[in-house]
Write a protein that binds this ligand. Structure first.
Ligand code: TXA
Ligand code: MG
Length: 325
């Protein structure tokens, strides 16, 4: 058992991060979307440790992170012109492209699929780290499988700090939702996971696209799993006042968006964005779900956001977080 650690060191030293990664350890890294659990994408032992630390099924492929599109070209065979247009418009940023892989990317990274998920994250500390390394970093979100993604170093520490040696602390994530996953099949551009890059931003660059968000138990992207991103406290979605009445005998946490005054004095309210700013709401979503999970409440109630901008991706996460219902 070479990698049992009792306490992760937390710091912002990319040299220390580099040393751990070069010895095939797994560490926490910041990105603008959520924190990642990173290891050498070219080393199967390092990759296997990610699955073990995260308790993640191996049918769930990993995203490979680099700092430049020239690095991407070294391990993919082709970039469809429309996907290239997206890469040029949005990298570094909250966009993952599924691209046909070269043999240098092992089946462990892609779960045996022909395409590899690739992303250039928009976080200066992690970009500096990636530039120092001679290999890209495979990294899923740094949460136990199925739970809410971490948007602060302390979230990673709380759940996985005993299993990894180092967490690179880059502050709170500026986007707060995972990347949008896009690929191409038979000339069609498809969104497989909604995320921090809105559909409208993508369509502004390449025109209309197909959205394929399966809810099966054997999805192409487990971000498509019906139960994902879920807090432990049950979450109900609907009209807030109605839900407050339905659950009036319970301790309620309200996840609101825009103006809302609770009916009961004892109801705890967290407002994703009192002034209905979608970017702010995305940043707060996972934080507030975690905060509610740590409180003495029985249920979380929330309402869907208007389906514009990041409201669509936020609703997707809410729906999956409310999977029990
Ligand atoms: O914002 C993000 O994407 C974060 C940060 C750390 O980059 N990462 C992240 O990774 O959310 P993860 O593993 O939690 O979610 C990535 C999703 C998974 O649902 C996975 O199945 C899908 O991407 N994925 C990765 N590679 C894929 C592939 N080759 N084909 C289909 N789906 C893929
Ligand atoms: Mg994840």
């Amino acid at each position: 058992m070479p990698y049992i650690y009792t306490v992760a060191q937390i710091g912002n030293d990319i040299q220390i991060a580099k040393q751990f990664l070069e010895t095939n350890e797994v560490i926490g890294i910041p990105t603008e979307t959520v924190y990642g659990l990173a290891a050498n994408a070219f080393n199967d032992i390092a990759i296997a440790k990610i699955f073990e630390v995260k308790n993640r099924p191996t049918f769930d492929p990993l995203i490979v992170h680099t700092h430049h599109i020239d690095e991407v070209r070294k391990f993919v065979t082709d970039i469809h012109p429309k996907l290239l247009a997206l890469a040029e418009a949005f990298w570094p940023g909250p966009l993952t492209l599924l691209l046909p892989k070269q043999k240098t990317i092992s089946d462990l990274v892609t779960s045996g699929l022909d395409r590899v998920g690739v992303r250039i994250p928009n976080h200066s500390l992690t970009l500096d780290l990636l530039k120092l390394l001679s290999f890209p970093l495979a990294a899923p979100s740094a949460n136990p499988f199925g739970y809410i993604s971490p948007t602060k170093a302390m979230h990673v520490d709380k759940q996985l700090g005993s299993k990894i040696p180092y967490i690179l602390d880059g502050g709170a994530c500026e986007v707060g939702l995972e990347s949008t996953i896009v690929g191409e099949e038979d000339g069609q551009i498809i969104i497989y996971r909604l995320g921090g890059l809105s559909i409208s931003s993508i369509e502004n660059v390449i025109g209309s696209i197909t959205i394929e968000l399966n809810q099966s138990s054997n999805p192409k992207a487990p971000g498509q799993l019906k139960s994902h991103y879920a807090p432990k406290v049950p979450l109900f979605i609907g009209d807030l006042a109605e839900l407050e009445k339905t659950h009036s005998d319970k301790k309620i946490g309200v996840l609101a968006f825009g103006n809302y005054t609770p009916l009961h004095q004892h109801t705890i309210i967290k407002n994703l964005s009192p002034h209905e700013n979608y970017t702010e709401a995305a940043v707060n979503l996972f934080n507030y779900l975690r905060e509610f999970d740590d409180m003495d409440i029985d249920v979380i109630i929330a309402n869907y956001l208007p389906t514009i901008h990041l409201g669509i991706a936020i609703n997707d996460r809410l729906k999956r977080a409310a999977w029990r219902i």
